[in-house]
Each structure stands twice: as C-alpha cells, then as structure tokens.
Design a protein around this ligand. Structure first.
Ligand SMILES: [Zn+2]
Length: 117
C-alpha cells in the first residue's frame, strides 16, 4: 500500500520559497532549507487543507526548525509557530529586519491591518 503523501505540493513549496526570498525567515540562511509548518501536523492535521497552504508554511533552515521546538515561547511570539485554535492566517510573522506580515493564501506577504485571507 502506498504511503499517503502528507506534505505541501511542489507548487506550494515553490510559492513559499519565492515569498520568503530563498532565505530562512529567522536567521536568513540560504543553506539547508526546509518548509516548516507553523501549526504542527499530526492528530489528523494533514486532513485539514490549510495545513499545507502558504499561510501555514515558512521557509526555514534545519537549525531554526529545531530551534522552534526548543523555544516555543519565542516562536509563538514571533508567529513562527501558531497554537490552535488560532489559525495561521490570524497571526502575523516576524521577518528579518523586524517587519510583521500576514501570509496570504496566494503566497504573498501583506502589511495590512486586517488578517490575510
Ligand atoms: Zn535559520
């Protein structure tokens, strides 16, 4: 039986890569990049369509991906992680340089006062 694919599609990965400028959103590294889920998968999470959509995904290096797990408090404060029942499009993300942005469904950053949809 084939294992079910649970990650984002290649097209979504490319959107995230372009949106985040090919750099880790925390440290700016261009090496060892991976796609991080702000709201963790698990507990059937992969069945929720937004789990693998751009507002829930960040381009990060593997070092920062581990750092998020070790530093949940700072990660939630910066929007790098999101805690249910909050949804990814309800929490802004801190980017290098100090800007806070909403992540939109179509793979863009928004500085508006309203949550991205
Ligand atoms: Zn990093």
């Amino acid at each position: 039986m084939a294992r079910r694919r649970t990650g984002p599609t290649d097209a979504v990965r490319e959107l995230v890569y372009q949106r985040d400028g090919g750099r880790c959103v925390r440290c700016g590294s261009v090496d060892r990049l991976t796609v991080h889920h702000r709201v963790n998968r698990g507990m059937g999470g992969a069945r929720e369509q937004w789990i693998n959509q751009p507002p829930n995904l960040l381009l990060v290096c593997t070092t920062c991906n581990l750092w998020f797990e070790d530093n949940p408090r700072d990660s939630y404060a910066a929007g790098w992680k999101v805690r249910r029942p909050q949804l990814p499009n309800e929490v802004r993300v801190l980017y290098p340089g100090g800007g806070l942005y909403w992540l939109t469904q179509d793979g863009a950053l928004s500085m508006g006062v309203e949550a991205g949809r």
